[in-house]
Design a binder for this molecule. Structure first.
Ligand code: ADE
Ligand code: ZN
Ligand code: ZN
Length: 268
């Protein structure tokens, strides 16, 4: 996701963490800010473009080598490369946060990475190898030349927020989560989520998002992509609900995951 997506995920998570979790996260981050999570949610994107942080670029995605649009799947041993992927990153940084012997600097990075990667793993095109996650599929959006990956990271999310900033957009989505709006089965969002098997938890999140590549991202209005049409109209209308549920799930799960790490309970 882009900045608005990551900050929104972080603000949703902030509304689901307990007081104990909040004070522990603030202490790990060395922060007393009210936006303590949102403020660090895009650090990993800045870091990947520095010379000392280049190694971390593959951790932002898992390149499923499946066959969309006819079939979608994630297979950890097939898809997580030597250099790591979003699933191995979630496994690794969760174990660092759970380990009492981890040093402060290591925990600080681990916390920033977890806040970011639980967001990214919910972006369907961060779980897909086809056309480098859609980065090489050129499209236009509102008349601007861009690519399919970028419109899922940014343009669809911005159109959905309709001018709201991250904090306000997150407030709307948090209320929708509490109300079970849009047919969301929120109780099922933590099914299979467990610190006893972080690999299958992360793979489950990646598989769920990757399935949207076949069911949505490359369907319904995607002929506009092939025809070089603009995606801000029919394509947006057909797909904004997927972006919305994935941002909401990411925030809800990030809050629950941090509660689990710090207190052992999803509700903190
Ligand atoms: N680089 C390679 N694959 C990618 C993906 N799926 N998403 C983002 N960047 C990538
Ligand atoms: Zn992206
Ligand atoms: Zn990222």
């Amino acid at each position: 996701w882009g900045t608005l997506g990551h900050e929104t995920v972080a603000w949703i998570a902030q509304s689901y963490v307990s007081e104990t979790t909040e004070s522990t996260v603030k202490s790990i981050l060395g922060s007393t800010r009210s936006d303590y999570m949102a403020n660090v949610s895009t650090w990993a994107d800045s870091y990947r473009y520095t010379s000392s942080g280049r190694w971390s670029a593959p951790l932002h995605y898992i390149d499923a080598n499946d066959s969309p649009p006819s079939s979608c799947s994630v297979d950890y041993s097939r898809d997580c490369g030597e250099a790591g992927c979003s699933v191995s990153a979630i496994v690794n940084y969760t174990s660092i946060l759970l380990d009492n012997t981890s040093g402060q600097a290591l925990k600080n990075d681990a916390m920033k990475f977890i806040i970011h990667f639980i967001g990214d793993i919910h972006q369907p095109l961060h779980d897909e190898a086809l056309d480098v996650g859609g980065n090489t599929i050129n499209v236009t959006y509102d008349g601007e030349a861009t690519n399919l990956h970028h419109i899922w990271d940014t343009e669809i999310v911005e159109q959905l927020a309709n001018g709201a900033g991250a904090q306000e957009f997150a407030k709307n989505l948090s209320s929708a989560i509490r109300a079970g709006d849009y047919g969301w089965d929120v109780d099922s969002w933590l099914n299979g989520v467990s610190l006893n098997d972080t690999l299958s938890t992360g793979t489950g999140w990646a598989s769920e998002a990757n399935a949207y590549v076949c069911s949505d991202v490359l369907h319904a209005g995607v002929d506009a992509v092939e025809e070089g049409g603009d995606l801000s109209g029919t394509y947006y209308q057909a797909h904004y609900d997927v972006a919305r549920v994935q941002i909401a799930r990411a925030g809800y799960r990030l809050g629950a995951w941090l509660n689990l790490i710090i207190t052992g309970r999803t509700d903190g």
